[in-house]
Design a protein around this ligand. Structure first.
Ligand code: CDP
Ligand code: MG
Length: 167
C-alpha cells in the first residue's frame, strides 16, 4: 500500500554535516521524495509537532532541540517521502528512538547520541503511523508544496491577504 511519511533532518543532523549521508541511506528505500524544504521552526510549530510529548520532563529541551537552539543551527530540512510501505521502510532505516539501543547499521545507530542531560539526539524525525503522518505533513507543508495529491484540498479566496513577492 502506498503511504506518505514526514522526515525531518533535525538540527544535530545538519550541524554534523550529515544531510548527504542521511539522504543516501534513505535512498535505499527506493521511495520518492514528493516535497522538500528548509524550515526555520517557530516555537508554535515545535510545540504542535511534539504535542504528544508535552507531559514529558524533557519537553522544553525537545522544543529547543527541534528549533535548533541547542545546536546553534536554527533550521531543519523537511521532506515527504512517498511509496509502498513508506512509514515502516523509513522507520526501519532510521532505527530505534534511543540511539544507544538502535541497531548500529541504522541512521540513528550510526549518528545519534544521548546528551549528558539524557535527551536523545537522533538526527532525524520520521512519522510513526498513518494518522501521525497526515497530521505532521499537514502541519509542515501546504498542498502546493507537494508535487502529488496526498489529501483532499479545497480552494478558498483570500481577501486582502498580504504576501511577499520578488521585487
Ligand atoms: O522520534 P520517535 O517517533 O522515534 O520518538 P518519539 O517517542 O515520538 O519521541 C520524539 C523525540 O523525543 C525523539 O525522537 C527523541 O529526540 C526525544 N525523546 C527523548 O529525548 N527521550 C525519550 N525518552 C523519548 C524521546
Ligand atoms: Mg514519534
Amino acid at each position: 500500500m502506498n503511504q506518505q511519511t514526514l522526515i525531518l533532518i533535525k538540527p544535530d543532523g545538519l550541524k554534523k554535516s550529515l544531510t548527504g549521508n542521511i539522504l543516501t541511506r534513505l535512498s535505499e528505500t527506493k521511495l520518492e521524495i514528493v516535497a522538500a524544504k528548509m524550515v526555520r521552526v517557530p516555537r508554535e510549530l515545535a510545540v504542535e509537532h511534539y504535542k504528544h510529548m508535552k507531559d514529558k520532563p524533557f519537553f522544553e529541551e525537545l522544543v529547543q532541540y527541534i528549533q535548533g537552539t541547542l545546536h546553534d543551527r536554527k533550521k531543519v530540512m523537511a521532506m515527504v517521502y512517498w511509496g509502498e510501505d513508506a512509514i515502516t521502510k523509513v522507520r526501519q532505516i532510521a532505527g530505534s528512538t534511543n540511539p544507544e539501543e538502535a541497531d548500529p547499521t541504522t541512521i540513528r545507530g550510526s549518528y545519534g547520541r544521548i546528551t549528558t542531560k539524557g535527551l536523545y539526539e537522533n538526527v532525524l524525525h520520521t512519522s510513526s503511523n498513518e494518522s501521525e503522518a497526515e497530521r505532521e505533513i499537514k502541519l509542515w507543508f501546504q498542498p502546493d508544496d507537494i508535487i502529488v495529491d496526498l489529501y483532499p484540498t479545497k480552494v478558498v479566496t483570500m481577501e486582502k491577504a498580504k504576501r511577499k513577492i520578488w521585487a
